[in-house]
Design a protein around this ligand. Structure first.
Ligand code: KG4
Ligand code: ZN
Length: 335
């Protein structure tokens, strides 16, 4: 039997993503980025995001269908992000998706955004199957998930304060790099010395949890100290040292979970997994242990509609469809 054709919609934050996915095959994946609208404010402004989604959603949905060569009637279901995320932003994609599904007489599936990130590696690695350890790191969440079977997620560790992406974004702003901070630090770190500053690696006594708020304090203090002593450290060194501190803990805690569970597959998802140094170090550690590393390409690490369609496809097959009365949930949590 042919795999169902799903339209996936993502509007939880500052990217409007729409995709047509059949099984794990991406037939189209279009994205409307709002970076420019938000960059002059130095971060995401919820009202600006919601308005931009409203303007972008319809043309992007049409573009996704046209690119895929799929007529709306041929869709088997529509999936949209239900949460977590910004309420105004979520509402746009969720309401649009629900209305479209209703008008077509097709099922509608509300998808957990983080479950979408969990499914992202499948888009390019169709044989990605549990058991696996999945490190999820985005602007709002950082988690180590033991994927025991699809639909069953044991969250082994999480951040106790800032998410990894949030740490990148806040620190980038502090050192004068723009929004979004992750890609800016990634780029600025080129040629920098990652050992120039000894920034802290917190929560060493907790194998799977993260904390990034102390890092922020340490960066502020150490840079002020350098300034007081009259030296201006190269930006590349500062960026590389910050990046190394975040990458170090993400990798260490991921492989603590790999070692404890004995899984032979490690995967990742979320915007931070686009980070080049993180990808390199995950690969080094996976090689060392002889475990398989399945990372989405950077475009499927950051928010996109395809990952929502992929998770939606799984739920459709299980018969997990949403009721017409279902609503967004800004604080939806995995597991
Ligand atoms: O998953 P995502 O696109 O949106 C959320 O669900 O939040 O993740 C966005 C986060 C932002 O904090 C951004 O700075 C970070 O991912 N990010 C990166 C890189 N690209 C995006 N962080 C580090 N290095 C990157 N190359
Ligand atoms: Zn995300």
């Amino acid at each position: 039997m042919a795999e169902p054709i799903i339209l996936g919609i993502e509007t939880s934050c500052d990217e409007t993503g729409v995709a047509v996915v059949q099984g794990t095959t991406v037939r189209s994946n279009v994205l409307g980025t709002q970076t420019e609208e938000h960059s002059r404010f130095g971060g995401v402004v919820p009202e600006v995001a919601a308005r931009a989604h409203i303007e972008a959603i319809r043309p992007l949905a049409h573009a996704a269908l046209a690119k895929a060569g799929v007529h709306p009637e041929e869709l088997d279901a529509v999936a949209a992000t239900r949460g977590p995320g910004l309420s105004g932003a979520l509402l746009v994609g969720f309401a649009y998706g629900k209305a479209l599904a209703w008008s077509l007489g097709k099922p509608f599936i509300g998808v957990d955004h983080m479950e979408g990130h969990l499914f992202a590696p499948r888009l390019e690695h169709a044989d990605f199957e549990p058991p696996a350890i999945v490190v999820l790191a985005s602007g709002g969440h950082s988690q180590i998930v033991h994927l025991t079977e699809w639909g069953s997620y044991e969250v082994m560790g999480r951040t106790i304060d800032d998410a990894a992406g949030e740490a990148f974004d806040k620190l980038a702003r502090f050192i004068g790099l723009g929004y979004p901070g992750g890609p800016a630090i990634d780029k600025a770190s080129e040629g920098g010395d990652p050992t120039a500053f000894a920034f802290p690696r917190a929560l060493q006594d907790r194998p799977y949890d993260f904390s990034f708020s102390g890092l922020k304090t340490s960066v502020v203090t150490q840079l002020e100290k350098a300034k007081d002593s009259g030296s201006v450290p190269p930006l590349a060194d500062v960026a590389a040292s910050i990046q190394e501190a975040i990458v170090d803990v993400l990798v260490a805690k991921t492989f603590n979970a790999v070692d404890a569970t004995g899984v032979t597959v490690v995967a990742g998802g979320g915007g931070v997994l686009a980070n080049r140094r993180l990808r390199e170090e995950l690969a080094n550690q996976a090689d060392k242990r002889g475990v398989r590393l399945l990372l989405p390409s950077p475009a499927y690490c950051t928010d996109n509609g395809a990952m929502i369609a992929a998770a939606g496809s799984f739920h459709l097959k299980r018969g997990n469809v949403s009721s017409w009365g279902s609503d967004i949930d800004t604080s939806l949590t995995l597991g």
